[in-house]
Structure formats: C-alpha cells, structure tokens
Design a protein. Structure first.
Length: 307
C-alpha cells in the first residue's frame, strides 16, 4: 500500500502556500528594517517543520498501516560513501550551475549569483547548518521522498521520480539553480528506490547543503563581490576536470545503489498500478501553474533594466 496522491498533493500545496507566506512576511519585515537576528534561524526551522514535515507526519500517524511507505530503514557503514558522493556531486553541480549561468547571461539575462549569507562565528555556523542542512535534509525529504514519491509510485517508478523531482526543483523558485535542483531531485528520489531507505536521501541532502555552507563559511566572501562569472574560455578550460568529477560522482552513486540493492529484505513490494485521482491531477496542475508563475517572475527579474 502507498499514500494517497491526493493527500500528498494537498500536503505539497500546504508547503507551497507556507513558503509563499513565509517569503512575503520575511521580505516585508526586511523592507521595514526589522532584523530578527538569532530568532531568524529558529523561525526558519519551525517553518520548515510545519510546512513540509508536519502534514506528512500527521497523515502517516492516522494511517499506521502505511508507515512502511516512509522507508525509515537504517543504513550500513557504506553510508560514508554516500557522504563522499555528496561532496563530489556538490562540486560537479556547482560547475553545472556556472555553465547554466553563462548560458543565461549569453541570452541577455542577468543571473543573480550573490546574496550568500555571511557567517561571522562558530555559533552562527552551527545554526547555519541547522536551518540550511539538517532541517531541509529531514523535513523536505519527508515531504518529497517520504510522501510524494511513494504516492505516485502507482503510476510507475519513473513517473514518481519525475514528478517528485520537478516539484522539488520548482519549489525552490530559482531559474539560476533549476538544472541543479532537477538533477539533485532525481538523485535523491533514486536513492530511495535503490536503497529502500529514506535515510539515504536525508543524509545526502544534509551533507550536500552542509558542504555548500562550509565553503561559504571558509571563503567568507561578501555577497556583493561574489557575482563574477568565469569567461567562456575559463569555463571550457576546466571542462575536463568537471567531466572527471561527473565520472567519479556516477561511480560513487553506482556503488551506493549496488550496496543498497543487496539489502533486499527491507524493500517494499511494487505498487499496484492505479489511475491518478482527478483531485490529485487538478492539484498537480494547480501547483504547476503557480510554480511556473514563480519561474516566470524569476526570469523577468533577470531582464535588463530599461534605460
């Protein structure tokens, strides 16, 4: 048995509405000059839990017979390779985002590569990890790979992976990072299906974000000077190294998939094929409409200012 696609899409729309409300409130407070300081971290973590994790957890709590669909299976020692794969993948994806930004710039748009938060001390770094790595790794994965993915498995694993990955990518609302988020969403979904454990994408997601944040902390570059893109010649020059990173990333993921497939006994039986309920389909279209609107707004924001 799997969760209801209708319930999963309802939970996603709750998360989307919460994200839009949170972004509006925080931007309004920022425009008014209100700074929350330390409490901004706490509020962000609470928001992520309430918007992404809580609807899924409440659904499963009322339906204990569906609890196995969460796939909360412990991982073996080989999960250390998963962390290494996350590090290599982050470096590879970073260069993919650079190439994508160069393409965006070449068609006359202005990608926003700044805005990185500057962490001033170790205490801030701990909270930085908490809200930017641990919280997304746990709470976003509960929604996307713990709820949406199994809910759409009745339409086939491939369809479930595509839907969960696209919703995951578009929810982040950034054209600049869209290809990276799509690839990351696919990898995280495959980790669940190949290893039979939701812990795998949780660990990978948290490790990926934590490594990004560690680089931000170590480099500590002011956001107003972090917007320069390499030239096309410079990007082409490092392409062989990027290809090596991609090959190594694929090799490490293949190892993780193979080790996960060897567990066998913890794997769920295949979902029985079933038509998608009309209510779920309508909510999927509604979500796609809103998310496409966000992406269009992101593109408009990159248009050159008229003189």
């Amino acid at each position: 048995m799997r969760p209801s696609p209708t319930a999963a899409m309802r939970a996603f729309l709750i998360g989307l509405a919460g994200l839009l409300a949170y972004s509006f409130i925080m931007s309004t407070m920022g425009g008014m000059g209100i700074r929350l300081g330390f409490f901004a971290y706490v509020i962000n973590i609470i928001f992520q839990y309430a918007a992404f994790a809580l609807p899924a957890l409440l659904y499963y709590r009322k339906r204990p017979e569906l609890w196995p669909s969460l796939r909360l299976t412990p991982l073996g020692p080989w999960c250390l390779i998963l962390v290494i794969a996350a590090a290599v993948g982050m470096l590879a994806l970073n260069w993919i985002s650079v190439y994508w930004a160069i393409i965006i710039k070449s068609i006359g748009l202005t990608p926003d590569l700044g805005g990185a938060m500057i962490v001033r001390n170790g205490t801030e770094l701990i909270w930085f990890y908490a809200y930017g790595a641990l919280a997304p790794g746990a709470f976003e994965e509960l929604l996307f790979r713990g709820f949406l993915l199994p809910a759409f498995e009745s339409k086939g694993p491939r369809t479930a992976v595509i839907i969960s990955a696209l919703l995951f990518a578009m929810l982040h609302g950034s054209i600049e990072a869209l290809p990276v988020h799509i690839v990351l969403g696919i990898i995280l979904s495959l980790l669940v299906l190949k290893t039979g454990s939701l812990i795998a994408p949780m660990l990978y997601h948290a490790a990926h974000n934590a490594i990004v944040m560690s680089l931000v902390y170590w480099v500590n570059t002011p956001s107003d000077t972090a917007t320069a893109l390499p030239t096309i010649e410079e990007a082409v020059a490092v392409l062989p190294g990027v290809l090596i990173l991609l090959f190594l990333w694929g090799f490490l993921l293949a190892f993780v998939f193979r080790k996960g497939a060897q567990k066998g006994g913890d794997r769920l039986p295949p979902a029985e094929p079933a038509p998608l309920p009309k209510s779920a389909l309508l909510m999927l279209f509604a979500a796609a409409f809103v998310l496409l609107g966000i992406q269009v707004a992101s593109v408009i924001a990159m248009l050159p200012a008229s003189s």
